[in-house]
Design a protein around this ligand. Structure first.
Ligand code: ADP
Ligand code: MG
Length: 409
């Protein structure tokens, strides 16, 4: 018998209204006034379509029930003052006019960057016209490949959009503009490379659906993904693996795709997805680029397959497509890690219908489609395999396709 301390560790999930009320009370204690409101934006998992966003491809993320909350109120001095429960002792204070590349450093870049980019894009408003006090609390695991960074920038921009009266969040087109502002905040201020999938998931998903995002033009479609009706669950395994080299590897893969597109005489690899793959590969002069192109082209095809299956209500049948995606990412794109491979392999052996790494790779999280009544057992097997391999115990959560960011209080 296993000791209770050796059981799989599940991330807690509390009612968002309760968390928001507590955060508002905490804000009042620290700041001395009640916040005007509390806004939420979720983390995400990408069901399929990995490393295709920067190739103008298709991806299929869904919002998690876990989210980042921002309690906020305006201030008159053009400054941003922010605290986070996940960064105790690291408050942020900056004049919005001073926000720029690497300024402020660290987590403040996501928050201040989002507000500054909204002000830059809003007609008739300057950076001296608005200030914000913000208190952050999140139950999205930070740095696990579940997009806590976009949950942070997107919850902040929803607060600022509401408080400023820009009102972009009230329709999907406006939300697309908020996505662009958050992408700029992450790329230019926090200086984190990001292609836009995370921000689109946080701001444009709807409950019960995955979001088909066309990265060529930013268009989205809602694809029904009803796990409960099919007695299924989507298990997320945060491997807690360090991914210190991921920045350089990401840049390297991205540069490889750009070189392949140049070699093929197209603007992006999206333009060759409908051509016969063998012919495309034969046209490449550099053999080292072939596996990269094979992954990108086949992965976009797999996104289309999963969308067709989901629309036909054949949810169980997406399992083998998830498996194929993992093999392609592991062997052709070479962005997996031993922890991801172990989680995927063990989940499959323990009864998952399909499993794959999700996110950029080299660590982060994996997903497994499992019969609902087998989720606990699959998690226990994955936990035991990590213990046996002397790896850090993973963290688990269940992904229910959830709503995009919104005001909670
Ligand atoms: P991921 O988005 O996969 O969780 P990233 O490395 O992209 O991982 O983003 C993690 C970074 O985002 C953290 O290092 C921190 O700077 C910022 N961040 C995310 N959530 C919070 C939070 N609740 N409070 C403060 N900073 C946060
Ligand atoms: Mg991130």
């Amino acid at each position: 018998m296993s000791a209770p301390t050796d059981a799989a560790q599940w991330y807690p999930l509390r009612r968002v209204e309760d968390r928001a009320r507590e955060l508002a009370d905490h804000y009042a204690e620290v700041v001395g006034t009640r916040p005007t409101g509390v806004w939420a934006a979720p983390g995400r998992v990408n069901l399929i379509g990995e490393h295709v966003d920067y190739n103008d491809g298709l991806c299929l993320p869904m919002a998690l029930p876990q989210n980042t909350l921002v309690a906020a109120g305006t201030r008159g001095d053009g400054r941003l003052v922010a605290h986070s429960a996940q960064r105790p002792g690291e408050p942020v204070e900056v004049a919005l006019a001073d926000v720029g590349p690497g300024r402020p450093p660290g987590w403040g870049g996501y928050v201040a960057g989002a507000v500054a980019m909204l002000l830059d894009g809003a007609e008739g408003l300057g950076r001296n016209d608005f200030g914000l006090t913000a208190m952050v609390d999140s139950d999205v695991p930070v740095g696990a490949g579940l997009s806590s960074s976009a949950a942070l920038s997107c919850s902040t921009i929803l607060a600022a959009d509401d408080l400023l009266g820009t009102g972009w969040a009230t329709d999907d087109g406006g939300r697309g503009r908020l996505v662009d502002a958050c992408v700029r905040a992450e790329n230019e201020v926090a200086q984190a490379p990001t292609g836009g999938m995370d921000q689109a998931a946080a701001l444009r998903c709807t409950a019960g659906h995955a979001l088909l995002l066309d990265c060529r033009d930013g268009c989205v479609e809602q694809v029904p993904f009803d796990l409960v009706a099919h007695d299924l669950a989507l298990l997320v395994v945060d491997t807690r693996a360090e991914h210190s080299h991921s920045g350089g590897e990401y840049a390297n893969r991205r540069a490889g795709c750009e070189a392949a597109a140049r070699d093929l005489g197209v603007a992006s690899l999206r333009e060759v997805v409908d051509a016969p793959l063998d012919e495309t590969l034969n046209r490449l002069s550099d053999n080292a680029l072939k596996p990269l192109v094979r992954h990108v082209v086949s992965e976009i095809g797999r996104v289309r397959d999963v969308v067709d299956l989901l629309r036909a209500g054949r949810v169980r049948e997406i399992g083998p497509v998830l498996d194929a995606s993992h093999v392609s990412l592991r062997d052709d794109y070479r962005v997996s890690a031993k922890e991801l491979d172990l989680a995927v392999y063990t989940a499959r052996v323990a009864g998952a219908l399909g499993a794959r790494m999700t996110g950029g790779g080299f660590g982060g999280s994996a997903i497994a489609l499992v019969p609902a009544d087998a989720a606990t057992e699959v998690a226990e097997h994955v936990h035991a395999s990590f213990t046996a391999a002397r790896l850090r115990p993973p963290g688990f959560l269940l992904a229910q396709p959830s709503a995009a960011g919104h005001r909670v209080l």
